[in-house]
Design a protein around this ligand. Sequence first.
Ligand SMILES: Cc1cc2nc3c(=O)[nH]c(=O)nc-3n(C[C@H](O)[C@H](O)[C@H](O)COP(=O)(O)OP(=O)(O)OC[C@H]3O[C@@H](n4cnc5c(N)ncnc54)[C@H](O)[C@@H]3O)c2cc1C
Length: 181
Amino acid sequence: MICGFRTTPWSARRARASSTRWATFDRSRPEIGAIATGVAQRALDECLRYSRSRSAFGQPIASFQAIQFMLAEYGQSVSRRCACLTYKAAWMVESRETPNAISSYAKLFGSDACMKITTDAVQIFGGYGYMKEYPVEKLMRDAKLLQIYEGTSQIQHVGHRARSAEGLTARGPPHESATGR
Ligand SMILES: Cc1cc2nc3c(=O)[nH]c(=O)nc-3n(C[C@H](O)[C@H](O)[C@H](O)COP(=O)(O)OP(=O)(O)OC[C@H]3O[C@@H](n4cnc5c(N)ncnc54)[C@H](O)[C@@H]3O)c2cc1C
């Protein structure tokens, strides 16, 4: 009691704040996975279009195997890795499960894949890719943001390491040992 008011112990308030924070991340990180999937898909679409219209050495650059391999790999990355993890995390949120680790994976793998794909998209566009007049420069900058906010990629790794050290499953309760940002 302070001045006639009943107070909640500090430790209880801290525990409640921590649980609210993690519940928020469980729901917000899949959104980052979804944005990453969309940005990566857009980069892929732009690359497909551009590589068919841009010619070098007398043929469209899309006919070069080096370019084809990149595009094929990115198609798989977007549809398998980014989208699947994001759907799984979203499904767990809807089912009122605790998707702590899966939400984090959706953000980490989604944003890292998006960064790789958009950086290579700039490469495929060559000098034009570096210019603001072409779309992929903005996509690459957007991808970088996805690796930074809602907990940087490094912080997601710290969380995964903590979970592994504690022997927790992908769904396990988590998290006090990892920093939140
Ligand atoms: C465009 C934009 C929009 C944003 N919007 C919001 C918002 O709406 N709300 C909000 O709250 N914040 C927002 N942020 C802030 C964002 O969440 C922080 O920038 C982010 O959490 C990183 O914190 P920091 O900048 O203080 O970097 P720092 O914490 O100083 O980190 C610097 C570097 O050290 C690494 N690092 C830090 N701690 C560890 C560790 N323990 N182990 C390993 N590596 C570590 C980081 O990964 C990073 O590489 C936004 C940022 C940007 C760029």
